[in-house]
Design a protein around this ligand. Structure first.
Ligand code: PEP
Ligand code: MN
Length: 277
């Protein structure tokens, strides 16, 4: 199959500029990297407020999960609507738009009431009824790549959302499953330049779920920016050792702020090189 021909909406035609997606006043794909940060799960109002204040001035968009797609049914499943209200309150307090995951079509309208962007997680990248449902909204959608999905399958999932009428899709590479066991997933850096060639949609990278370990997050994040990513989504927790999900891959806020500074420096360097090329 000819990839470009199968993507009438998500594909990049030579005449088309890159899409810029507006998330509550923050432009993703506009040339400056966008930083999305927050805990894996919203655990309490105090926790999400602590993260929001700690990353204010560094991150542009606040994340936090309230509906968690956990591998085990016995793991913490999220605070649902109560958590969304906490995320919204914390975001408003610091003036940051928000993003949170939706895992089932019945919850789409509820989640959309509270957040500025809806996240479709890796496990739901091919949940077609869910894709069609978020496609009937106008709110931006952060579409994560499935852990065993090819780039073409991922772009076809974006096409599902867009074909329902919602053009506001941001792609998110978060690592794919390989034979390697020392990382949680393997970050597919090549997906970044490939997607930029095949599609006009912005692409951000989530190094946290790719790495699985906090000390690998910064090197992967910098590599993603160097490869041309339009932004980064990173998990940040004020006390990772007590986190109810994904503590081992969560950064302390201070380290996160340093990462943002380094990422901006890498972006500046790569941009300068491109201008001189
Ligand atoms: C998350 O962002 O917390 C998450 C569950 O990510 P993924 O769907 O990439 O595993
Ligand atoms: Mn997580």
């Amino acid at each position: 199959m000819n990839i470009k021909a199968s993507l009438p909406l998500a594909g990049r035609t030579h005449a088309l500029e890159k899409s810029v997606i507006n998330v509550g006043g923050v432009a993703i794909g506009g040339g400056q990297p966008v930083f999305i940060a927050g805990p894996c799960s919203i655990e309490s109002l105090a926790q999400i407020r602590a993260v929001a204040h700690a990353v204010q001035g560094y991150a542009h968009i606040l994340r936090g999960g309230a509906f968690k797609p956990r591998t085990s049914p016995y793991s913490f499943q999220g605070l649902a609507e109560e958590g969304l209200a906490m995320l919204q309150a914390a975001g408003r307090e610091v003036g940051m738009p928000t993003v949170s995951e939706v895992v089932s079509p019945e919850d789409v309208d509820l989640v959309a009431e509270y957040v500025d962007m809806l996240q479709i997680g890796a496990r739901n990248m091919q949940n077609y009824p869910l894709l069609r449902k978020v496609g009937r909204l106008r709110k931006p959608v952060l579409l994560k790549r499935g852990m065993a999905a090819t780039i073409e399958e991922w772009l076809l999932s974006a096409e599902y959302i867009m074909s329902e009428g919602n053009p506001n899709v941001v792609l998110c590479e978060r690592g794919i499953r390989t034979f390697e066991t020392l990382t949680r997933n393997t970050l597919d850096i090549s997906a970044v330049p490939l997607v930029r060639e095949l599609s006009h949609l912005p692409v951000v990278v989530d190094p946290s779920h790719a790495a699985g370990k906090w000390n690998l997050v910064e090197p992967l994040a910098l590599a993603a920016i160097a490869a041309g990513a339009d932004g980064l989504m990173v998990e940040v927790h004020p006390r990772p050792e007590t986190a109810l999900s994904d503590g081992p891959q969560s950064l302390l806020p201070e380290r996160y702020c340093q990462l943002v500074e380094s990422a901006k420096a890498v972006h500046k360097l790569v941009n300068r090189r491109q201008r001189h090329a």
